[in-house]
Design a protein around this ligand. Structure first.
Ligand code: NAG
Ligand code: NAG
Ligand code: NAG
Length: 337
């Protein structure tokens, strides 16, 4: 082979590789892509767009296949496109994994015992009783633990006073580090309760707004204190029965789940059951606000990924199916006597 043919071969090979390596887009989806970018206010640099479009198309395909299977009876829930559709698994992990259990995690607190005279109803939805604030958005920050904590604090405050006041996640993130929480790098609701208890209060959302980022300074101001608590309680680990009694008699409960599956990222409606879910490897903290029954038992769960995610920000999760996704593994609530 002379140098000329060799050069030709090298050039051709390079050209072929370059063409194959370019993002492949389905031109039929051009309009849908525009529509989606518009709906979720997405803008990209010219060079980034091809890549984002590929990720989006891949997620779209997954969602379509799942929904096709759903229509043939394989799943009890549907997926849908949302603002996470251009995110890779790695990027999604940045907002996930906000629940950080530690070996030394046996904090103080007490065990929950249902008041013995109370009968547990067939269904409960604390949203309808005024216990629950609108769905919030944690943004690109693994602060789910703080949102889960404010959710059950807001519920207990309403229960005690009849006033619904949105409480400050940023206050928890900035000020509970010494108790083992890590702001945008994760934490635990029970350590947030420990902070509120020892600090003697927590500021309202309005006086201490959410920044979706770590703030080196704790800016708690006693003049804007919105709540004090008398302690917190654990629900016996793994018992959906006890969890049901707790949510029915007390109000919203802070829970943790395994939310690491694609199916969770794009959940839209129906009752979420994921056989690949772990009961022990929990990574996301959310708020349990009730339960009910349609053709299956379900838990009503508030997430903190805005109303654009899931069912207007909520997810209905399988109940009494062997603690699916670990919903009853680490449940806690603050106590106001
Ligand atoms: C997109 O931006 C508009 C105007 O700033 C805002 O009203 C709307 O809520 C935004 N939509 C989303 C999904 O963030
Ligand atoms: C707390 O807020 C009050 C009322 O706005 C203000 O006078 C005071 O200086 C604030 N305290 C701190 C420590 O920032
Ligand atoms: C937990 O233990 C610490 C250290 O013993 C104590 O200061 C704190 O008051 C306790 N918290 C509760 C909620 O009892």
């Amino acid at each position: 082979m002379n140098i000329r043919t060799m050069l030709h071969l090298v050039v051709t090979t390079f050209y072929v590789t370059a063409v194959l390596g370019a993002p492949r887009r389905d031109p039929q989806l051009d309009q849908h892509w525009e529509l989606w970018m518009d709906r979720y206010n997405k803008t990209y640099h010219e060079k980034e767009e091809g890549w984002r479009r590929m990720v989006w198309e891949k997620n779209l395909k997954k969602i379509e296949l799942h929904n096709l299977e759903h229509s043939m009876g394989k799943h009890s829930y549907r997926l849908g496109i949302n603002h996470f559709a251009d995110m890779t698994k790695e990027e999604f992990k940045q907002i996930m994994n906000g629940y950080k259990p530690k070996a030394e995690e046996k904090a103080n607190g007490t065990f929950f015992k249902k008041p013995s005279f109370q009968k547990v109803p067939d269904s409960v939805d604390w949203r309808q009783e005024g216990y629950v604030t609108p769905v919030k958005d944690q943004g690109q920050c693994a602060s789910c633990w703080a949102f889960s904590a404010t959710g059950s604090l807001e519920g207990q405050l309403f229960r005690a006073t009849g006033r619904l006041v949105s409480l400050s996640e940023q206050n928890l993130m900035d000020c509970s580090r010494s108790l083992g929480n890590h702001g945008c790098d994760g934490g635990l609701a029970k350590k947030a309760f420990e902070y509120v208890y020892t600090n003697g209060g927590l500021n309202s959302e309005a006086s201490y707004p959410y920044l979706a980022k770590d703030n080196p300074q704790c800016s708690y101001n006693e003049s804007y204190n919105a709540i004090t608590i008398d302690g917190y309680a654990y629900i016996p680990s793994g018992s959906e029965e006890d969890l049901m009694e707790a949510v029915a008699t007390m109000g919203p409960i802070s829970v943790a789940i395994d939310a690491s599956r694609d199916s969770f990222q794009f959940y839209q409606s129906g009752i979420y059951y994921e056989e690949d879910c772990s009961k022990e490897e929990l990574n996301h903290a959310v708020l349990l606000v009730g339960y009910g029954y349609s053709d299956q038992n379900y838990w009503i769960v508030k997430n903190s990924w805005s109303e654009n995610w899931g069912n207007n920000g909520y997810i209905y999760m399988a109940k009494d199916r062997n603690n699916n996704c670990g919903i009853a593994t680490d449940a806690t609530l603050p106590i106001i006597l």
